[in-house]
Design a binder for this molecule. Structure first.
Ligand code: GLU
Length: 266
């Protein structure tokens, strides 16, 4: 059995028209359910709230970036959770929402409170689905993106692995769009991928490849394996766990001699 944090990016969860990508969501839920039935503990970190809220309302006047994040995330989060809950119920499984913010990682009391909440869910066979509380978080106090949030969650619950599902197969030796670029299958936790990175931000989410790669190295240095892979490949999650050679990905090899739980508040 292993404990796995699965982070799913906005580009995987939302369509271009601002509606949830039901096909990708249901396929990923099928795979999480399979892994859970095979003894793995799964915590999901789901982006996509802002991206899935866009398709629901047209604001009456132009909104600034904070107001539009607040409005769209509040709408999109409900849409996402409704779908997750419905899809997991087909397997007799219960999903639960955790909305958090960065300051929950900066005091011991808040950190331990949040950790015990998540462990209680796992003990009770519930699937925690985490997102940042985009609606009321103050912009200057937010996580850089959900890649950073998922790294903090993985360390907090002592995960064995963090899987970051994005719209690319992993880290390439150049621009992923350039056919001459090659996918890098493995990077050691203490090896920098900076030389390979071409900064291109994803369409909908806040994170980009360079933030993913920095978070991945940091989490791997804490003893947790990190994989970046493409979220809409069929069976991506199952293959990453059972037959990793079948699916393109980049693995950040973890340090073997580290204390996994690096507490954020220390
Ligand atoms: N929390 C944001 C959302 O749900 C996503 C942040 C990110 O893109 O990393 O829309």
């Amino acid at each position: 059995m292993s404990r796995i944090v699965v982070k799913i990016g906005s580009n995987v969860l939302a369509r271009k028209d601002g509606k949830p990508n039901i096909t990708n969501m249901s396929t990923l839920v099928d795979q999480v359910a399979y892994l859970k039935n095979n003894g793995h503990e799964i915590v999901m970190v789901s982006s996509g709230a802002v991206a899935c809220g866009r398709g629901a309302v047209t604001p009456l006047k132009d909104l600034d970036s904070v107001a539009s994040r607040q409005l769209f995330s509040a709408i999109g989060q409900v849409r996402l959770m409704n779908l997750y809950s419905q899809f997991f119920s087909n397997y007799g499984m219960v999903a639960a929402q955790i909305l958090t913010q960065k300051d929950n990682f900066s005091s011991e009391e808040a950190y331990l409170n949040q950790k015990s909440c998540m462990l209680t869910m796992l003990e009770n066979d519930v699937i925690p689905i985490v997102n940042e509380n985009d609606t009321v978080s103050l912009t200057e106090l937010m996580f850089t993106d959900n890649d950073e949030l998922s790294g903090s969650i993985a360390a907090m619950i002592n995960a064995d692995m963090l899987v970051i599902l994005s719209n690319v197969d992993g880290i390439f030796t150049g621009d992923p769009e350039d056919p001459a670029s090659k996918l890098i299958p493995e990077i050691a936790y203490d090896e920098s991928a900076d030389q390979y990175l071409v900064e291109s931000k994803s369409d909908f989410g806040r994170g980009g490849m360079s933030s993913k790669s920095h978070i991945a190295s940091k989490v791997a240095s804490e003893g947790i394996a990190v994989i970046i892979a493409k979220g809409d490949r069929p069976r991506v999650l199952i293959d990453l766990i059972e037959n990793p050679q079948n699916v393109p990905h980049t693995l950040f090899r973890p340090s073997q001699n580290s204390n996994k739980e690096k507490k954020a508040y220390e």
